[in-house]
Design a protein around this ligand. Structure first.
Ligand code: BDR
Ligand code: CA
Length: 301
């Protein structure tokens, strides 16, 4: 099994990503850290505690950054609801105490990486604030990271601005630090995740499954603006557990941090006459039918 750390801002699609990671035999989930993004840090931290509990995960939980490195806060409450779970949080039927939450995600990630003999994979599905802080504060952890599988950016149009995707728009400086870090990266960008949708029939399949979590999960998905709404974050988990459902290209990716219309934009440098190494394996296309199968099966518990 691959030791795994998940940094997230749940978030409906983040929650589904946690469920998928739990359902897979590929991982040993060692830690889950929260970051502010879709909702404020209080809400995203509550949600990692909620899912650790309902999914019976023993992972270490820690609270991360409450705001981006340089920019002011920017959330997506209108997409994910004020509880971050499309109003479904009470349906999971758990009470939260906060007791399990450690207060410093960066120190927690450092310890989990250094204490583990094997190289650890990381899934980063919120703004990259915590990860950038980790790599800048403790560069010695870099060699303990197998890969960071990121959901963010786009090689085509954006979702928050015409050019920029939410996670990179919220904290472009953090994204830029991570892409310059030299750590092996995989990228699930909007150009691919926009095809990671489920159908109405898939939603019914999930709802009708006898598992205790399938009904609350179906409710959460129902409130995620339409079933055609793409499940971006699960792709970053599946990139590690089901690589066969994607196509890839190794590319050199940069992030624009400058204020203005292109802030947070990701773009590739393909000039053959400029000497450079690819810094990222970019997932280009998803096999939609296979994605739907894996997703429905993973949510059946
Ligand atoms: C990303 O933004 C968030 O709203 C989602 O959780 C996902 O991580 C998609 O742009
Ligand atoms: Ca997210």
């Amino acid at each position: 099994k691959i030791p795994l750390l998940i940094d997230c801002d749940p978030g409906i699609d983040d929650a589904i990503a946690l469920m998928i990671a739990r359902a897979s035999d590929a991982f040993e989930i060692k830690g889950i850290t929260s970051v502010s993004g879709n909702l404020d840090i209080e809400t995203t931290t509550k949600n990692i505690e909620l899912f650790a509990k309902v999914l019976e995960l023993e992972a270490v939980l820690a609270r991360g950054a409450s705001e981006p490195l340089v920019k002011g806060k920017f959330s997506a409450e209108e997409v994910h609801g004020s509880d971050g779970l499309g109003g479904a949080s009470s349906l999971f039927g758990v009470s939260l105490t906060g007791d399990r939450i450690q207060q410093n995600a960066v120190d927690t990630m450092r310890k989990l990486l250094l204490d583990e003999e094997r190289k650890t994979a990381m899934v980063a599905i919120g703004p990259l604030t915590n990860i950038a802080l980790l790599l800048k504060t403790y560069p010695e952890v870099k060699e303990k990271i197998r890969v960071i599988s990121i959901m963010g950016g786009t090689l085509e149009g954006g979702n928050v601005t015409p050019l920029s995707e939410f996670n990179f728009y919220v904290d472009p400086e953090a994204a830029s630090i991570v892409f310059q870090s030299g750590v092996p990266l995989m990228l699930s960008g909007l150009h691919m995740t926009l095809d990671a949708t489920i159908s109405e029939e898939n939603l019914e399949e999930i709802r009708n499954h006898p598992g205790v979590l399938s009904k609350p999960a179906a409710n959460m998905l129902k409130n995620y603006p339409g079933t055609a709404h793409p499940l971006h974050d699960p792709c970053a988990v599946l990139a590690l557990s089901h690589p066969e459902i994607f196509t890839y290209e190794d590319l050199t990716i940069h992030i624009d941090t400058r204020e203005g219309a292109s802030q947070g934009m990701s773009y590739k440098d393909e000039r053959p006459w400029v000497e450079k190494e690819p810094n990222c394996r970019v997932l280009m296309k998803i096999h939609q039918e296979q994605f739907r199968r894996v997703l429905v099966e993973a949510l059946a518990f």
